[in-house]
Design a protein around this ligand. Sequence first.
Ligand SMILES: Nc1ncnc2c1ncn2[C@@H]1O[C@H](COP(=O)(O)OP(=O)(O)OP(=O)(O)O)[C@@H](O)[C@H]1O
Ligand SMILES: Nc1nc2c(c(=O)[nH]1)N=C(CO)CN2
Length: 189
Amino acid sequence: MTETPNPNIVDTDSLTGEMHPIRRVVLALGSNLGERLASLQGAVDALADTPDFFVTGVSPVYETDPVDAPEGSGPYLNAVLLADTTLPAARLMERALAVEDAFERERSEVRNAPRTLDVDLIVVGDRRSNEDFLRLPHPRAHERAFVLQPWHDLEPDAVFPDRGPIADLLGATDSTGVRKREDIALEVE
Ligand SMILES: Nc1ncnc2c1ncn2[C@@H]1O[C@H](COP(=O)(O)OP(=O)(O)OP(=O)(O)O)[C@@H](O)[C@H]1O
Ligand SMILES: Nc1nc2c(c(=O)[nH]1)N=C(CO)CN2
């Protein structure tokens, strides 16, 4: 006898759509053009307003010397945001780009040109990707004190996939150009 799917058994996935696991997300925010703090705060607000995306932590703000940036680039404000989400990583990337656009991010041909807002996905659970549109974990973040320091403030025991404890990575990184701004802070609604 040929087995056929029982039409009386409801496939819950066909009702609810694909099921997605909850993933812990680390995002890095940066700005070195325009109203830097307002852009970072706007990014936090916009991300916190994203359905199925729950902000769990926002780091202190750091003033940082530009790294690998064109001559004459100004200092950055940098921060890290932690969240839990069921959104697929590609949707998160689209959302990050849309939030950048909302804050007048111009996409220049010049590598690392000054920008009003940069939203980078650093880690999305154990998701790995190696496409131009989305590389995960972020391929350069493990050597960037402007990412590691604020992340370390939130999660001193965090481990960067394949790279090791962020405390060790931070210890191996030059963080002289990374200064905490005690006078300003980002707020989560
Ligand atoms: N993990 C990621 N986070 C952010 N953008 C990514 C990531 N992986 C790939 N991209 C792609 O990179 C492009 C954004 O590049 P962008 O000019 O903002 O890089 P950058 O932030 O200047 O440099 P870097 O990646 O070294 O921080 C987007 O098209 C985006 O799809
Ligand atoms: N200090 C600092 N330097 C950078 C930053 C950044 O956010 N902070 N982002 C870059 C490209 O994403 C390149 N250089």
